[in-house]
Design a protein around this ligand. Structure first.
Ligand code: FES
Length: 258
């Protein structure tokens, strides 16, 4: 699903995380060279690299937090993964903050500092791996709509439940609506408009990100398929149907019935 923190569709979080990854890795390399050569210049370099890593971690965290709360589907496997990813990154931040403080003490053993840096690098690798899964597998921040699917749209429905601008939705296109804290997908099928939960019953995948063809929506995470008129499962791994909602038409106007 497209990121909310982006520049012209390019999500900011994956761009910005490159900096702390480079800085923290550089910290470990510089201190290793310091240990091998005894040249204090490398210890100083490690100090400033750790400082840069901490600053850029905090900057990179801002779009990450925005996407965590607005893009990652709630109660999904991706939400759990994103929570662990965030907590591990906080751990990395704490480890390198400790490194920075210890490096101010000239009596501190380089072996203790290096042990902390290796620990931080390992946690960083695991957190980065999870971040990669969130992007490449769960497609968080990816605007991957198929050809002719139109522009990705998210709207909020007001209290009278009127679905506006549905005429802009072509057959087999979908649009995501936020209503009373729920995420509802409105799809246009050959036989009219349909409404269903943006929640795959397998692991909470975002169905609005999937493909709608001939009244069947396919989840982008593991390929479960559902009939969007009845909610019935057409193909697994999902076993439970999705929830569907009626749409009432009054002339040219459409209203969602929850
Ligand atoms: S989350 Fe697994 S198929 Fe949808």
């Amino acid at each position: 699903m497209r990121s909310r923190a982006h520049i012209k569709g390019h999500p900011l979080h994956p761009i910005l995380v490159s900096f702390p990854i480079a800085f923290f890795t550089g910290t470990l390399i510089s201190d290793t060279i310091f240990l091998a050569t005894g040249r204090f210049l490398f210890s100083q370099m490690a100090f400033y690299l750790a400082l840069g890593g901490i600053v850029f971690s905090l900057i990179a965290a801002i779009p990450g937090i925005v996407d965590y709360f607005t893009v990652v589907p709630p109660e999904s496997s991706a939400k759990k993964r994103a929570t662990k990813h965030g907590l591990l990154n906080i751990g990395v931040l704490l480890v390198f903050t400790m490194v920075l403080l210890l490096k101010n003490n000239p009596e501190m053993s380089i072996y203790v500092i290096l042990a902390l840096e290796v620990t931080g690098a390992v946690i960083l690798t695991v957190a980065g791996w999870m971040g990669g899964t969130l992007v490449h597998r769960n497609q968080i921040g990816v605007d991957h709509r198929y050809a002719s699917a139109g522009k990705w749209k998210v709207e909020t429905i007001d209290q009278n439940m009127e679905l506006k601008d549905l005429d802009t939705l072509k057959v087999n296109q979908m649009k995501l609506f936020h209503v009373n804290g729920k995420r509802i997908v409105i799809g246009h099928t050959e036989s009219g408009f349909v409404a269903f939960d943006d929640f795959c019953t397998h692991r909470g995948g975002c169905l609005a990100d999937g493909a709608l063809i001939c009244g069947i929506v396919q989840c982008p995470w593991h390929g479960s398929q559902f009939d969007v008129r009845t909610g019935e499962v057409k193909a697994g791994p999902a076993k439970e149907p999705i929830k569907t909602y009626p749409i009432e038409s009054r002339g040219q106007r459409y209203f969602l019935k929850l």
